[in-house]
Design a binder for this molecule. Structure first.
Ligand code: FAQ
Length: 309
């Protein structure tokens, strides 16, 4: 059997493609693209919530938030490692991110104005991430699918901490309830955009579904997320900011309003409210870390010299 037939048969049998297996160049390119974008999202995603670590309202909230942001760094690192198994170079991926040549999720280009944003990010942003990523545990590329299992477990804790924080605020003062409603209003639509463009405009979905990299289309997952979030919003006592949101008994799903895809395109192409600050900070952190990379390289060279001597 030739290499291509073997690859096709592995996919058809729902088995995993592993790093040393032959794979079409297009499959490798798509995997590197998706895994790198995902890794960059986790790393850039530390910033909006990280802004609240020094301002968390109690020691308990601070400890939880610190743990969550550290988890996101960990997710970024697993994912960069998964990209390396495909032959990608980690330094090159970092360069591509800070030069704006590779994407990260649109959702991290919005500001976190109050502590309720921390709760709403946990509830909606991590909620959307879980909805998108649980099926990726069955993605056809082995290292990515396995990384996703651990990441999803941690995202579940993130989602729960967000919802619990919001429940607490909703049983507090009117000012706190207003903050939760305001944060929900600001994050709802951007959360729906996390799933990517509508299927009819998604350039990669058909091929990624055929390769079983993706198991569901963008619109299918977006619908699942809306259906999941409506009862959660009711229980919380907040209104989702969409007058067209209603149960459709015929479809067995909620109908929802038009997403502003022009705004999405603007954010993805670098013109969202916080794109510049996110990339500037990431670039600065990379430059500030130069001495660590230099020291590590000098130490490795010394070890090598001593081993040869
Ligand atoms: N933002 O053809 P499609 C997290 C791009 S969760 C920016 O449909 P595809 C956890 C797309 O890349 C967030 N760009 O693409 C966390 C493509 O551009 P390209 C990260 C977007 O790949 C929580 C073009 O549009 N999660 O970090 C977006 O089949 C809280 C056409 O789109 C993942 O990355 C977007 N929202 O489907 C951390 C999950 N959507 O590359 C901190 C893995 C689309 O052709 C705090 N990724 N684009 O130039 C995926 O599942 C997929 O890549 C999709 C996009 C579904 C995101």
């Amino acid at each position: 059997m030739n290499l291509e037939d073997h690859f096709d048969e592995t996919i058809a049998r729902d088995q995993r493609i592993e790093p040393r297996d032959w794979m079409p160049d297009g499959y490798r390119r798509t995997m590197v693209r998706q895994v790198a974008q995902h890794a960059h999202s986790e790393i850039i995603g530390m910033q909006p919530e990280g802004d609240w670590i020094t301002r968390a309202p109690s020691l308990r909230r601070k400890a939880i938030l610190l743990a969550k942001v550290q988890d996101e760094a960990g997710h970024g690192l697993y994912l960069y490692s998964a990209a390396e198994t495909l032959g990608a170079d980690r330094d090159d991926l970092t360069e591509r991110l800070i030069e704006g040549r590779q994407k990260y999720s649109s959702i991290f280009n919005y500001p976190t104005l109050t502590f309720a944003d921390v709760g709403v990010i946990g509830w909606l942003v991590d909620g959307a991430a879980i909805c998108n990523q649980v099926p990726l545990c069955r993605s056809s590329y082995g290292p990515y699918a396995r990384a996703m299992i651990r990441i999803c477990k941690e995202e579940s804790f993130h989602q729960r901490q967000g919802y619990e924080l919001l429940m607490t605020m909703m049983s507090g003062t009117q000012a706190q309830r207003n903050m939760v409603q305001d944060a929900t209003n600001r994050w709802w639509w951007p959360s729906l955009m996390m799933f990517g463009p509508p299927d009819a405009q998604s350039t990669n979905t058909a091929q990624s579904m055929a390769w079983k990299i993706k198991r569901h289309t963008n619109d299918e997952l977006r619908q699942r997320f809306v259906d999941m979030s409506v009862p959660q919003a009711e229980k919380l006592g907040v209104t989702l900011p969409d007058p067209d949101l209603k149960w459709n008994a015929e479809r067995g799903h909620h109908d929802f309003g038009q997403i502003d895809w022009e705004h999405f395109k603007e954010v993805v192409s670098g013109n969202g409210p916080c794109n510049e600050i996110r990339l500037t900070r990431r670039r600065q952190a990379h430059e500030d870390g130069q001495w660590v990379r230099d020291a590590a390289a000098a130490y490795a060279a010394k070890q090598q010299r001593e081993a040869v001597a």
